[in-house]
Write a protein that binds this ligand. Structure first.
Ligand SMILES: C[S@@+](CC[C@H](N)C(=O)[O-])C[C@H]1O[C@@H](n2cnc3c(N)ncnc32)[C@H](O)[C@@H]1O
Length: 237
């Protein structure tokens, strides 16, 4: 890694150590947390947020599909989407997020892509004009306080036979009481609300296609392994 990379990581880590501000609206807190990291977000999160490419591949996206990402951040998952199903062949891609500083990066990244739209909106309420074939959230559900409303909204925007994909940190049964307490506190400092309820709620809302539970190494902390899951579910046809 170059000196510039290490300096960039230090800036991101400093913001993470200070935690997410406690005051203001949800959108204000996200903006205050992410604005100082926006430029270096992708480099750091590439090592922290694992399983994203695999989730998008597992969504089995057909050519001509309408696709939505809720909580898209900088739009960095677009490259994986393009590998899984070339963007030019998709009917539409809508990238939705509430955080203006991260969306500025997403807008720069998608400039000139006619079928890709970047939308500043709340995932609990935003809906596409017509139902879509795939919806995915990558490390976003845990940052959405009203995650139940987001899942209900995702289900409503999917066409019959459509699929949802979620990859995120969580609290598996095997983590134990102390482990759960540790991870809840650790992530909670940065506004990431780990829960043991997300995966069961997904299973209750959708017909399971794939469900995997794993642990991820954390940058600069080789001893710790954070629990995460990948889930793909279908909406009944
Ligand atoms: C950890 S980031 C993940 C970004 C991206 N999906 C990725 O994999 O790099 C979580 C994202 O969720 C967004 N977010 C949080 N609450 C939201 C809400 N209610 N509506 C839309 N986006 C939201 C944040 O602004 C942030 O960009």
């Amino acid at each position: 890694m170059s000196f510039a990379d290490i300096a960039g990581d230090a800036r991101v880590l400093w913001r993470m150590l200070r935690g997410q501000p406690r005051r203001g609206s949800h959108a204000d807190r996200l903006a205050a947390f992410y604005a100082p990291q926006a430029e270096r977000y992708d480099h750091f999160r590439a090592r922290l947020l694992q399983g994203r490419d695999e989730l998008i591949e597992a969504l089995d996206i057909p050519a001509g599909a309408r696709v939505v990402e809720l909580g898209c951040g900088t739009g960095s998952n677009l490259a994986a989407l393009d590998r899984a199903c070339p963007l030019a062949g998709l009917a539409s891609v809508q990238l939705v997020d509430l955080c203006a500083p991260l969306l500025a990066v997403a807008r720069a990244r998608t400039a000139g892509l006619g079928n890709v739209e970047v939308v500043e909106a709340d995932a609990t309420t935003w809906r596409p004009d017509i139902p879509v074939d795939r919806v995915y959230l990558s490390y976003a559900l845990t940052m959405m306080p009203d995650w139940q409303a987001v899942l209900a909204n995702a289900q409503a925007m999917l066409a019959p036979g459509g699929r949802i994909g979620v990859v995120d940190f969580h609290l598996p049964d095997g983590a134990g009481r102390l482990g759960k307490l540790f991870w809840r506190r650790w992530f909670g400092h940065d506004g990431v609300r780990l829960s043991e309820r997300h995966l069961p709620a997904l299973r209750a809302h959708f017909d399971e296609v794939m469900s995997l539970e794993r642990r991820a190494a954390l940058p600069y902390l080789p001893v710790l392994r954070a629990p995460y899951y990948l889930y793909v579910g279908g909406k009944a046809a």
